[in-house]
Structure formats: C-alpha cells, structure tokens
Write a protein that binds this ligand. Structure first.
Ligand SMILES: Cc1ncc(COP(=O)(O)O)c(C=O)c1O
Length: 398
C-alpha cells in the first residue's frame, strides 16, 4: 500500500516500542525488569477514581464542549495560579487528550512546511516526530552533559533565523531530568518575543523537582503573547491512562488548536474530565508522597549505576529518569551507539531500557526509575552482571 509521504517521515515512538517488547516477554512468562516505562507505578488516588465513578452514575457520559468543560478549565487555571503564581483565565485554557495532543496540535497550528523548530538535545521522542510530521525542519540545539544537560539561552540564540517558528523546551526534562534555571527560561521567552516565534514549554514533570528546588513556570511572566504552556495530569496524579492534558496560551493559538481537536478526537473523555476536576481541586498530598519515593529511588539508582564500571551517571534534578553515559561500554563492544546494547540487554539480561538515539544522543541509555526499589536493585544486579561479562576489563574492575 502506498502511504503518505507525511506519515513516512515518522516512526512508532521508540519508548512505546520498548514498552511493548517488555510487555510481550512478560506475557510469555519471562521476568523482565522494566526500566522503559515513562509512567508512574503508583495507582491513581482513590478520591480521583471515586469522582469518575460518580460521573458515570450521574450519566456524565455524553459529548462535552470540544475544548473541555468550563469547570475543568477553571480548575486548571486556579491550580496553575496557586502552584506557580500565573494568572490565566479559563478562555486561555484548552483541555486536551493528554499533553501529547496539545503538542501535536500546536505544531500543526504553527509550523508551515520548512519552518524551523528549535529543539534541545536530548529531546523527548515525540517532539522530533511531531515536528517532522508538521513539515517543519528541526534545528537541534546541543546541551552539555558536563552541565547536567541544562539548556542555555545563549546556545538557542545562535540558531534563531527568520524561519524560526517554534522552540520546544521541557523542564524537568525527559530523558535527562535536567532543570532549566528560571533565569534562562526568562531569557528564552525574551528571545521568543524579540524574534517573533512561539516558546512551547512542556511542564509535564513540573511537580517532580528534587533537593528543594522551587517550582517555576513561565506562565507567571507578565508578557505571555509568545508562550504556550503544555501541562498534563498524567504524571502529577498518576493518571496516564485517563488521558487529560491542557494548553495555556493566547486565544488565537488555542482557537486554531481547537479546530483540529474538533475534527479529530472531539472532547477529552467526559468521565476523565470530572476525575481531573477532583485531582486538581482535591487533596494534593499524593504528589509529595510520590516525590519522596522517587527521590529515594533516584539516590539508589544513581549510586548503583555509578558503581558499575564503564557507566557514568549524573544526578538528575527532576522527573523520574536517569540518562547514564555508557560510551566506554559501547567502545568495548565495538559499536557506535547504544541501540545494540539495549537490544542485548532485553534479550540476554532481561532488562528493558531505551537507547539514547531515540532521544538524539549516541552513547546514553534512558532508565526510568518509576518502578519499585526491589526491581531497581534487581535491574542493577542484572546490568552489572551483563556488563562485567562483556569485557575482561570490566570484570577486573569489579
Ligand atoms: C516530556 C513529555 N511531555 C509530554 C508527555 C505526554 O504525556 P501525556 O500525553 O500522557 O499527557 C510525556 C509523556 O511521557 C512526556 O514525557
């Protein structure tokens, strides 16, 4: 069958592919340590589930307005104001089917063929495919591993051209856990204003910050004309399957995104919207509990990885991923990038993780520590044993 050129520019999300491979093995009885999944292993809090059940009993099961119910838009902007000091109105909010839909629609609404989309490396897998699908030309901006992969406005500025339409940032970052300092974020927004492009700030992990780092959102800025915030309830409230996200931005841009939504998914699920209202307005203590547990796991996995010869691992500042450098191991294997290593790890050591090329770097792997401490310990044991067998040098160093 002849498929469109447009769809041939993209591939199935590599993280989804890893997840599916792990699930398939698990279904056939194989014990896989799954470091691939980018989702909390916690259950959705009871009060949120109850709100959904009540919505069903009350027959809140019909179409809703395409851009979400008013009650939810108000709950989103209120919560954002409380958490970040922003001042959005409900008219500046669009509810979407996960944050992913907001990003997809924003790219489709803003980017013309060959317009430039500036994208920091390492990037979340969907950013690049969404930009490519929209017809844009991705302009990668390097970050430095020695600086914890934090994006600098200076590096972005050098890449701006008259064709720049969009800059996509994600802090805390998937896959590195890097956090862009507030002053750099502010500089990035100034660049967007000066050069007339849109800064899309993906705040999907905004509540998962370690070591007492304060929460920050560009949404609290005075001038927000060139800003689009994308948020999600998926990670914050352990609600990945409910598919609720949102965008905060100018009415003109949200109107264009709404048009796309009206012809694709229509509204986000009515039941999930009621659950989301409860998530945002109900008790927030589950977030602190999850964060404390993620922090324990972060310490454990970083210490464990650092003890494996050939693995170099920085300390992530947010989110729930580590992005260790395995360049020395690749050298010992005689391979260019971590794809083969990830393949062998799942086949031979039964450890699932995502190879760096999915995020735009050659010599890293992404490990999600959204899994129990026991599984983390087991995964570390398997990684260590596998790597020690690869090369006598690593065996000796142990
Ligand atoms: C950086 C980033 N943005 C957005 C999303 C999308 O989340 P959702 O569509 O579940 O809201 C994810 C999911 O993994 C992510 O990692």
């Amino acid at each position: 069958m002849r498929l469109s050129e447009r769809v041939s520019r993209i591939s199935v999300s590599p993280t989804t592919a890893v997840m599916q491979a792990a699930v398939k093995l698990q279904a056939s009885g194989v014990d896989v340590v799954d470091f691939g999944a980018g989702e909390p292993d916690f259950s959705t809090p009871e009060n949120i589930k109850d709100a959904a059940i009540e919505a069903i009993h009350r027959n809140f099961t019909k179409y809703t307005p395409t851009g979400g119910i008013r009650e939810l838009k108000e709950a989103i902007v209120e919560r954002h104001a409380r958490d970040f000091g922003s001042a959005y109105s409900a008219e500046e909010c669009l509810v979407t089917v996960g944050g992913k839909q907001a990003i997809f629609e924003a790219a489709a609404a803003l980017v013309n063929h060959r317009d430039e989309v500036i994208l920091p490396i390492p990037y979340w897998v969907s950013f690049i495919d969404i930009a490519n699908y929209s017809g844009g030309k991705v302009v990668p901006v390097e970050t430095r591993e020695s600086e914890g992969f934090a994006l600098r406005a200076e590096a972005v500025e050098k890449l701006i051209s008259p064709k720049t339409r969009l800059l996509v940032v994600n802090s805390p970052n998937n896959p590195t856990g890097a956090v862009i300092p507030p002053e750099e974020m502010t500089k990035l927004l100034s660049l967007a204003e000066r050069h007339g492009f849109v800064l899309l700030s993906d705040e999907c992990y905004c509540h998962f910050l370690y070591d007492g780092r304060p929460r920050f959102s560009l949404g609290s800025s005075k001038n927000r004309d060139n800003l689009l915030i994308v948020g999600s309830l998926s990670k914050t409230y352990a609600m990945t399957g409910w598919r609720v996200g949102y965008a905060l931005g100018s009415a003109a841009l949200l109107g264009a995104m709404l048009k796309l939504q009206s012809h694709s998914t229509s509204n986000p699920t009515s039941i999930s919207q009621k659950a989301a209202v409860e998530a945002l307005r109900g008790p927030q203590d589950s977030i602190a509990r999850m964060l404390a547990e993620y922090d324990r796991r972060r310490q454990r996995i970083v210490a464990g990885l650092r003890a494996i010869p050939g693995v170099h691992c920085g300390m992530p500042e947010g989110a729930f991923y580590v992005y260790p450098n395995v360049g020395q191991i690749l050298e010992a294997m005689g391979v260019e990038d971590s794809t083969l290593l990830a393949g062998r790890l799942i086949d031979e050591a039964r450890v699932a993780l995502v190879p760096g090329p999915a995020f735009g770097t050659r010599e890293h792997v992404r490990i999600s520590y959204a899994t129990s401490q026991d599984r983390i310990d087991e995964g570390l044991r398997r990684l260590s044993t596998f790597i020690s067998k690869l090369s006598p040098a690593y065996a000796q160093a142990r």
